[in-house]
Write a protein that binds this ligand. Structure first.
Ligand code: MN
Length: 499
């Protein structure tokens, strides 16, 4: 779906003319080797492109300017092999609009104990050269990632992997378009927010279309296209008998396929990266999009229900960040609790729309009545999600800022069959424990809607929030309510002052 190898991060090495040609030749040789090695590393999902050593204010400004306008460049990895006086960096950093990662490394892993002399010392100075650079970035109050260690260290590669994935998600939002069919679900607060501020802060636009615009496209769908999609359903899922050819509700399956084709056509024609709809506004549609929303998510589109454009955009970014990793990302909602003190858990689900990328095993394609919306019974995919580490992320509008809230969870295999539950579902245990996790979430104002991920870590989302320049709060294994409440209070002051 999304090929991260289309994207580049630029490897930029800083130095100065003080050292003479011979040293600068060595610097170039070393940084070429490091960039090539990062580019070839299987842990790095994007291309790493070597850029010639920058040695002057003008060269630094130029490379930053170039990075800003290069379409495929999603960020800069900077490294000061030697000492690069940081006043030279002010002009460039001031205009840099792409994410910055400071790789604090050096060419040699070990000190060559027997051979080390002053020539070696003068060449390999990043231990202090990088500090001069770090001061300037801090002095300019710029968010950036700092990765420390030898460039062949697997942990360093993993940190660069995480940062590059966050940068790809961030890049994807720039200029992105999301469509909202109808308005927000009436009276709901947390799913709404300031779309003007979101476009300014995040770079994506959310615009509305009346449901009639979509219905018109749906109604143009050919029977042949529906036949082809039904064949795909038959291969990919286990259809309940009533939905099979000749079954009593086969026509509902055809209606669902028609909706999927129409939605996909609409999204492709408008170059949209995701959408949101609401069961309160379905005029002219046979049923609420269930399987359509599920399968569009599996194709990489962002989605959230009830007009929740923030979560739709977040789900899209999470899908880009997780691209190529095992496991999936989905729209999710904390639905109901299991308060057994010995084994407390959350049952996550939605009315219909959970992405099959998180399914464990082959989904079953079913049809059941929906108590709300007043439309025909919607077709949906029903499945359990895989057990293992996961997280929920929620992007909320606090009025003076956006907050990205993450709760690390452990998904567990279902204890029981749930034979009467007609929707896809996940069971998880929030960290640090059920009561603390849920209390912290509520204190932070986290939404009931989230992006649920099996393949991203809190670090991906923290790097992402830093790129966006928004608040990031984590509920994880070490969270204590005392500390968390203070963090929220202190952040309140920070974001009032730091406007
Ligand atoms: Mn909902």
């Amino acid at each position: 779906m999304i090929n991260l190898k289309e994207f580049e991060v630029w490897f930029v090495t800083g130095s100065q003319h003080l050292y003479g040609e011979e040293t600068l030749r060595k610097v170039a040789e070393h940084s070429t080797t490091i960039a090539a090695s990062l580019n070839d590393a299987k842990q790095i999902p994007v291309r790493v492109v070597f850029k010639p050593t920058v040695k002057t204010t003008e060269e630094i400004y130029s490379i930053c300017m170039e990075a800003n306008t290069a379409k495929n460049c999603i960020g800069i990895v900077a490294w000061m092999h030697t000492f690069s006086p940081a006043k030279m960096w002010i002009g460039g950093l001031k205009i840099l609009q792409k994410p910055l990662c400071h790789l604090h490394t050096q060419y040699n892993r070990d000190i060559p104990w027997n051979d080390i002399d002053m020539n070696f010392m003068n060449l390999n100075q990043s231990a202090h050269g990088d500090r001069e650079f770090g001061f300037m970035v801090s002095r300019m109050r710029m968010n950036r990632k700092v990765v420390v260690g030898h460039w062949q260290d697997p942990e360093v590669l993993e940190e660069l992997n995480t940062w590059a994935r966050a940068a790809a998600g961030w890049n994807d939002w720039q200029g992105a378009k999301f469509v909202r069919f109808g308005d927000n679900m009436r009276y709901v607060a947390v799913t709404d927010g300031d779309k003007v501020e979101a476009e300014f802060k995040f770079g994506y636009a959310v615009n509305t279309h009346g449901i009639g615009d979509l219905v018109q496209v749906i109604n143009q769908t050919s029977d042949a296209a529906i036949d082809t999609l039904i064949e795909e359903y038959e291969t990919a899922y286990t259809l309940v008998p009533s939905l099979q050819k000749g079954g009593a509700q086969y026509n509902s399956l055809r209606d669902a396929a028609k909706i999927e084709i129409g939605l996909r056509t609409f999204l492709e024609a408008g170059n949209y990266k995701g959408f949101t709809d609401t069961f309160e506004d379905l005029h002219g549609m046979a049923q609420l999009p269930g399987i359509a929303a599920q399968r569009l998510m599996a194709s990489g589109y962002g989605f959230a229900g009830e007009g929740d454009w923030k979560t739709a955009a977040l789900v899209r970014a999470m899908k880009v960040m997780g691209s190529g990793l095992p496991g999936g990302n989905s729209f999710m909602e904390d639905y109901t609790y299991h308060f057994d003190p010995a084994n407390p858990m959350v049952l996550g689900s939605h009315m219909l729309e959970i992405c099959p990328s998180i399914a464990h095993g082959k989904p079953s394609c079913q049809i059941h009545p929906l108590g709300i919306g007043g439309k025909a019974d919607p077709v949906r995919l029903v499945f359990n999600a895989a057990a293992g580490p996961a997280l929920n992320a929620s992007l909320i509008d606090m009025g003076n800022r956006f907050r990205l809230l993450v709760n690390e969870v452990e998904a567990v295999a279902p204890l029981h069959d749930l034979p009467k539950l007609p929707v896809a579902r996940v069971l998880w245990k929030p960290y640090p424990d059920m009561k603390t996790g849920c209390a912290a979430w509520i204190l932070a104002g986290g939404a009931h809607h989230t992006g649920y991920s099996q393949n991203l870590t809190a670090q991906h989302l923290q790097d992402f929030a830093d790129m966006a320049g928004i608040e990031f709060t984590l509920i994880g294994k070490d969270t204590s309510l005392y500390q968390f409440k203070n963090e929220l209070r202190w952040n309140e002051v920070f974001y009032q002052i730091n406007k």
